[in-house]
Ligand binder design. Structure first.
Ligand SMILES: *Cc1c(COP(=O)(O)O)cnc(C)c1O
Length: 434
């Protein structure tokens, strides 16, 4: 297709004139891989069609929410019915109560839930709640984990271990960044050092239990156990950011997987998003009752939202949760994702390409590295040129992966074995050229 007939290029040019970078969220801009973003016209099941009407097998699913695939008929019907009853009231509804009950039933670490409209909002509110509950200011986060774009969370490691963080975005005051301590993921020694130095000042540790924003990196069981012990010893809260993993890696979230290996394990606060809205703007955070009762209007920690618990979003989320609660849903999804990952890995090794994979439920990561990474620094050792070549060759053939080597991938229930076999076959050809 020439630039003159490529409608994605034409639209991207128009977009860049009126939207910064032509996109409403940076990773959509293809900055990491180069080239022109595909503008989506419509989507159905495991596919979407771009502005040129080219069909793609979708391995991002809106970065997680579309676990059932696009346009599941039962979800569409639920949303259509909700639309007819009104878009938003600014007053409570039954569906919010049912959804909160449903979330609590699936994730018993949460006695109570507060609904918001984005993962960023949920993470920011959870942080305020942890600080309000403990009366402390400092927070610990880990390099490579993403928790939305609140000021206190856009912080990278400072010069020395556990020294003051430095903001990773212009516009974040140094005064805000200084209370965020950034440590290496999976580094037990660093964590112990930080708690030994300032344990009594730490309000919370916030983490992705399986990091899905530095590709796919699991927290080790030893690391997870130590975080739980140290936070408890020092009176700090443990916040699990399950915006990506919640209802995607398992019905009970990543916390249910760690609880299988660490008896009695549970985080104090859980942050949810993506799947719980089924593609509509919906997120939430929850915790034990004594923590949640600190929230306004019961307690002194303020939090609010005009569109929070939106009636159309709750209809979409509830139907999605109902459908994924079917027994065996996540086990099937895990097998399907495994089929894709094992297929890619075996084709890569047949072609002599260093490659490693990991997956859980409908979330996956693959690396052009001989061994799975355990930290952000290791993830970033990936050869970007090799990834980009693979990425674009797959894209040209209609297989849409996340456009950056540090992003995870997503499989939905709508992907068939045939879809996945076609992707593996395409990759087989591409690996030979790398
Ligand atoms: C996507 C994501 C967020 C932010 O959610 P938004 O809805 O994009 O604001 C926060 N935490 C994690 C782990 C995420 O994957």
């Amino acid at each position: 297709m020439t630039p003159n007939t490529d409608l994605n290029i034409a639209l991207f040019e128009r977009a860049k004139a009126v939207i910064p970078g032509g996109v409403n969220s940076p990773v959509r801009a293809f900055a990491a891989v180069g080239g022109t973003p595909r503008f989506v016209q419509r989507a159905q099941g495991a596919y979407f069609w771009d502005q040129n009407d080219q069909q793609f097998t979708d391995y991002i699913g809106s970065w997680g929410p579309m676990i059932l695939g696009h346009g599941h008929p039962e979800v569409v019907t639920a949303v259509q019915a909700a639309v007819l009853e009104g878009f938003s009231y600014g007053a409570p509804t039954e569906r919010e109560v049912v959804l909160a009950e449903q979330i609590r039933a699936l994730m018993p670490s949460m006695d109570m839930v507060r609904m918001v409209s984005s993962g960023t909002e949920a993470g920011m509110s959870a942080l305020r709640l942890a600080r309000g509950y403990t009366g402390r200011n400092k927070i610990i986060k880990f390099n490579g984990c993403y928790h939305g774009h609140a000021d206190a969370l856009l912080v990278k490691a400072g010069s020395g271990l556990a020294t003051f963080g430095a903001s990773s975005s212009a516009g974040v005051p140094a005064d805000v960044a200084k209370d965020t301590v950034v440590l290496e993921y999976n580094d037990v020694a660093q964590l112990e050092e930080a708690f030994a130095k300032m344990g009594s000042e730490i309000a919370c540790v916030i983490m992705e239990p399986i990091a899905g924003n530095m590709n796919f990196v699991r927290a080790s069981v030893a690391f997870t156990r130590r975080i739980r012990e140290l936070t408890q010893e020092h009176g700090a809260l443990l916040i699990y950011d399950e915006v990506m993993t919640g209802f995607r890696v398992a019905l009970g979230g990543a916390q249910s997987l760690y609880a299988q290996q660490i008896p009695g394990f549970a985080p104090d606060i859980t942050v949810m998003g993506k799947v719980i809205g089924g593609g509509m703007p919906m997120a939430a955070f929850g915790a034990r009752r004594e923590i949640m009762e600190k929230l306004s209007p019961l307690g002194p920690v303020y939090q609010a939202g005009t569109l929070s618990g939106n009636p159309i979003a709750t209809a979409c989320g509830l139907k999605t949760l109902e459908l994924i609660s079917r027994p065996g849903f996540h086990a099937e999804l895990h097998l399907k994702t495994g089929h894709l990952m094992q297929g890619l890995k075996s084709e890569a090794s047949a072609a002599g390409v260093p490659f490693s994979v990991d997956w859980q439920g409908g979330l996956f990561g693959f690396y052009f590295l001989p061994e799975l990474p355990t930290t952000y620094a290791e993830v970033m050792k990936t050869d970007g040129k090799v990834f980009n070549k693979f990425y674009h060759a797959m894209l040209d053939q209609g297989h849409y992966f996340a456009p950056a080597l540090y992003e995870a991938g997503f499989v939905s229930a709508a992907h068939t074995d045939e879809d996945i076999d076609r992707t593996i076959e395409a990759a087989r050809q591409v690996f030979k050229t790398l």
